[in-house]
Design a protein around this ligand. Sequence first.
Ligand SMILES: [Zn+2]
Length: 260
Amino acid sequence: MRTSDAESAMRTSAAESTMRTPDAESAMRTSDAESAMRTSDAESAMRTSDARTPDTGNALILSRLPSLPLDILYEILASLHPLDLLHLSRTTKTWRVIVLGRSATSAWTRSFSSQIKNRPSIPDDISIPRLTSLMFEPFCQYCHTHTSEVSWECRVRVCQQCVDLHYLWTDPIPDAEPDMYLKIHEICPESCTFASATLPFKLWRHATETLRQIWDEYLQLKDDDAAVTRWLDAKKAQKAEIVKHALECAAWVALQDNVQ
Ligand SMILES: [Zn+2]
């Protein structure tokens, strides 16, 4: 089978599948959960035909691809665009296991590196499927409506209505000492991407949930000054890496806008 045939089959199937963001999030969570999946599990799943797959046309081709030798199969996957891999992972349970399993990591890396021009780097703390979704799937990750707004630092695509619900500039940790409150804000990823749905200007905001998580981490350490210092230093370094990657992603978006 030529790669173009496989690609065509995969694109068709992906187009026919549901492509909503909840599936993306589910797939990503599954990916994390399945990262520990052994290759034998994936191989077993590949040999099990999916009874729900329509036995016609491209769907038939797609359903038979998993029976290919693994090295050939992963070569085909590596030749596809990452977004096609993401779509393919949602077509059937069998494909989800194959595409999001640990054994497909190399295929994802090669796909991302070869198919995306001027691509951002891939940090260790975000999976390629999740980064792909963030880059290419135009859906709010909270309500799944169409939106072009991305906070690369917060690593979320979110519409203006959901910004007002989940991103606050007011104080969600009112008991914080002023000095520590400022330090916590410094190490929390933030976004000025969004204009409020009710206010006509842009704001620096933190994801309320993230800010509270960081505050909870601090509370666990607050009685140990040395531990707090080490924790703050680690968080500052982590945020610096996130900011650096966010700039790479924003530069990639700018290049896409210039092409269009
Ligand atoms: Zn939304």
